[in-house]
Design a binder for this molecule. Structure first.
Ligand SMILES: Cc1cc2nc3c(=O)[nH]c(=O)nc-3n(C[C@H](O)[C@H](O)[C@H](O)COP(=O)(O)OP(=O)(O)OC[C@H]3O[C@@H](n4cnc5c(N)ncnc54)[C@H](O)[C@@H]3O)c2cc1C
Ligand code: FES
Length: 366
C-alpha cells in the first residue's frame, strides 16, 4: 500500500557549500496541516529516475516549524544517485513528489537542556531542533558540530547568528577534522561530561555516531536522554505506483537473481497465527481489537481498523512507525534502523511486526 504523496513546487534552491544545497518547498494553504512537522522530522522525496521510475529518499527538515518554511538540505554523496540528481538538477519552479513529514527524532519537551551532536549533513535535523528550542523553549542548547574542514561547514553563518541572539542559552563548538583530526572517543567523552542531565540528539556519519553514543553510554547518560538518527537510503518505494509499472522488469530481475541470497533480509520468527488481542495507545486514544492474525503486519492491521497510525517507508528503514511493546511480543520481518538497545527497550517497527503471543499491548507515546 502506498502513502498519499503530494506534488510540491520548489520555491528556492540555496547553495550552502560546494557540495550541499537547501531546497525550500512551497506548501499551499490547503496542505499546511498535512505538512505540519516537529523539529527533527524528515520529508521523503521521489527523485525521478530513468532506470527505476523513481528513487525515494528521506531528507530531514533543516528549517524550524515556527518559521513556516519547509526546507531540506541535501549533501552530495560520493557516487550517490539521488543527492547528486537533486544538487545538479532542481531549480525554482520544479515540482517534486513528496510524502508528509515523519520520524521520531524530535524532542518531547523544548524546555529541557539539549546537547546536540551533528556531523556533516547530520546538522540538518539538529539545527531545526536548535532553532526551535531557542525560539520556543527555555533550556540551554549546546552543539558539537564536526566537519571535514571550514569550507564544508553547512549553516556556519546561521549558527553564529543564533549564538549572537542567544548568548546565555546557546553555544556551538566547531570541530574541524583538517585542524584537530577525527573526534576521538576520549575527546567526545570529556566534552559531554560537562553536560550531565542534558538530553542528547546525535546525527552524522556512522563512525561519528558510534563514537558519540559510546561516549554518552560510558558516561552513564540514561537511554531516555539519548536519541540518534541514522541517514540511510531507502531500498524500496513507499510512493507505490511506480512498482506496478516496473513489475515486469522486477520479475525478470528476480529470475536472474534467484540464486543470490538477500543478505539484508532476516527471516522473521514464525508468526503466531492468531487471533491476537491487541491494545494500542496512540496520541491519547486507546484502541483494542481481538482479531489480529499473523498474515498481516501490525501497521496494516491497524490501518484496516481505521487507526491513523504513523508510518513512512514501510520497509523497516526509517522508524516513523516505531512503538513500544508493553506486553507480549512481536517479531520483525526486517529492521535496518533499531539497534540492540532499542530492541532491549521494547521498541519495534509496526510496519514489520508480526505477532508472537496471543495478547499484546503497545504504545506509540514512547
Ligand atoms: C531519516 C533520514 C533523514 C535523512 N536526512 C538527510 C539530510 O538531511 N541530508 C542528506 O544529505 N541526507 C539525508 N539522509 C540520507 C539520504 O536519504 C540519502 O541516503 C543520501 O542522500 C544518499 O542518497 P544517494 O541516492 O545520493 O546515494 P546512494 O543511495 O548511495 O545511491 C546509490 C543507490 O542509488 C541507486 N541508483 C543508482 N543509479 C540510479 C538510478 N539512475 N536510478 C535509481 N537508482 C539508482 C543504486 O542502486 C544505489 O542503491 C537521510 C536519511 C534518512 C533515513
Ligand atoms: S515505516 Fe519506516 S520503519 Fe516502519
Amino acid at each position: 500500500m502506498a502513502i498519499e504523496s503530494y506534488r510540491l513546487n520548489v520555491a528556492e534552491v540555496i547553495e550552502e557549500t560546494a557540495d550541499a544545497k537547501s531546497i525550500v518547498f512551497d506548501v499551499p494553504a490547503d496542505l499546511q496541516a498535512i505538512f505540519a512537522y516537529t523539529p527533527g522530522q524528515f520529508l521523503t522525496v521521489a527523485v525521478p529516475s530513468d532506470q527505476t521510475g523513481l528513487a525515494a529518499r528521506c531528507y530531514s527538515l533543516s528549517s524550524s516549524p515556527h518559521s513556516g518554511r519547509h526546507q531540506i538540505t541535501v549533501k552530495r554523496t560520493v557516487d550517490g544517485y539521488a543527492s547528486n540528481w537533486i544538487c545538479d538538477n532542481l531549480k525554482p519552479g520544479d515540482r517534486l513528489r513528496v510524502l508528509p513529514p515523519g520520524g521520531i527524532f524530535t524532542p518531547k519537551d523544548l524546555n529541557v537542556d539539549l546537547l546536540l551532536f551533528g556531523g556533516g549533513s547530520g546538522i540538518t535535523p539538529v539545527i531545526s531542533i536548535a532553532r526551535t528550542a531557542l525560539e520556543k523553549g527555555s533550556g540551554k542548547v549546546v552543539l558539537f558540530y564536526a566537519n571535514r574542514d571550514e569550507t564544508s561547514v553547512i549553516f556556519a553563518r546561521e549558527l553564529t547568528e543564533l549564538a549572537g541572539e542567544h548568548p546565555s542559552r546557546f553555544t556551538v563548538v566547531h570541530w574541524l577534522e583538517s585542524v584537530q583530526g577525527l573526534p576521538s572517543l576520549e575527546g567526545l567523552s570529556l566534552f559531554a561530561s560537562y553536560f550531565g542531565g542534558y538530553t542528547s540528539f546525535v546525527c552524522g556519519p556512522a563512525p561519528f555516531m558510534k563514537a558519540v553514543t559510546t561516549a554518552l553510554k560510558e558516561l552513564g547518560v540514561p537511554r531516555e536522554l539519548r536519541h540518534q538518527e541514522k541517514f540511510v537510503s531507502l531500498g524500496g518505494n513507499p510512493f507505490g505506483d511506480v512498482e506496478e509499472v516496473l513489475a515486469a522488469q522486477a520479475t525478470l530481475a528476480e529470475a536472474d537473481d534467484a540464486d543470490e541470497p538477500d543478505e539484508t533480509e532476516q527471516p522473521a520468527a514464525p508468526a503466531f497465527a492468531g487471533p491476537v488481542a491487541i491494545e494500542v495507545e496512540l496520541d491519547g486514544s486507546h484502541y483494542s481489537f481481538d482479531d489480529w492474525t499473523g498474515d498481516k503486519v501490525l501497521l496494516e492491521f491497524l490501518e484496516s481498523k481505521g487507526v491513523d497510525a504513523p508510518f513512512s517507508c514501510r520497509e523497516g528503514n526509517c522508524s516513523s512507525c516505531a512503538c513500544i511493546v508493553l506486553e507480549g511480543e512481536v517479531s520483525m520481518k526486517h529492521n535496518d534502523v533499531l539497534d540492540a538497545e532499542d530492541l532491549a527497550d521494547g521498541i519495534r517497527l509496526t510496519c514489520q511486526a508480526l505477532p508472537l503471543s496471543d495478547k499484546i499491548r503497545i504504545s506509540y507515546n514512547g
